[in-house]
Design a protein around this ligand. Sequence first.
Ligand SMILES: Cc1cc2nc3c(=O)[nH]c(=O)nc-3n(C[C@H](O)[C@H](O)[C@H](O)COP(=O)(O)OP(=O)(O)OC[C@H]3O[C@@H](n4cnc5c(N)ncnc54)[C@H](O)[C@@H]3O)c2cc1C
Length: 239
Amino acid sequence: MASSRVTIVGGGFAGVECAHQLLRRGHAARLVEMRPVRTTDAHATDRLAEMVCSNSFRSDNPLNAVGLLKREMESVGSLVLEEARRAAVPAGDALAVDRTVFADGVTRRLLGEPLLTLERREVETLPDRGEGYVVVATGPLTSPALEKELRTLLGESSLYFYDAMAPIVEATSVDFETLYARRNDSESINRNLEDTLWLGRAHSIGHARQHLNLLGYALMVNGLALHRHARRHRPPLAA
Ligand SMILES: Cc1cc2nc3c(=O)[nH]c(=O)nc-3n(C[C@H](O)[C@H](O)[C@H](O)COP(=O)(O)OP(=O)(O)OC[C@H]3O[C@@H](n4cnc5c(N)ncnc54)[C@H](O)[C@@H]3O)c2cc1C
């Protein structure tokens, strides 16, 4: 395939990895990222590949699906994985990173690439077909103007973002006598709160969301206390 120029819209995880893979194959890439000209509700910096929320890439154990996926990405020279390893912090069997070191590393690597052009602007309409290949990698927080353009293009009335879809467990099906009441891995709310409150390391998710986190935590603790109280004081079953 002759070398070509590809436009990538969005400098998040998907966009930077796409640019890197094109560059290492000799193609020129134009990466268009709207931050800091325009930002999203979750991003807080102008860095490429900024992590919002958890700093964990989940398990690094090759015996499970997410760990294996990391090995597969590494086998094709993933930029995200290389920089994640460089920025890794202790997190049990998970690959968690210092998000600033990680995003700085990715940004520095791409800015040093002679075949990459970085444009800081919001894309509201997709480039014409004549301008070459276009990759849309604007993620779950695609700006409203581009989302409108995509909806028209796809003939959809709305687009959806499904965040980490965790299985739902009915509280009544859980035996709280044997359950570990506290998770303390890198993604748990307890760890997030400890980091935020006591280590003074606020997450880059904005004030409003941190407030919501705290409220959710308080409700969860209250709910657990109520549940335990109700269990202990449940009237004996009638004979
Ligand atoms: C609030 C929130 C919390 C999350 N928490 C977690 C979590 O705890 N764990 C987890 O694994 N995943 C989490 N996710 C999901 C995770 O953020 C995404 O899966 C991941 O960031 C997707 O990567 P991406 O490259 O597709 O998008 P992003 O990383 O969001 O990158 C998209 C980029 O496109 C840019 N952009 C958007 N619109 C335009 C435009 N019109 N023009 C130019 N640039 C544009 C944005 O500024 C952004 O830099 C969370 C997502 C959100 C929104």
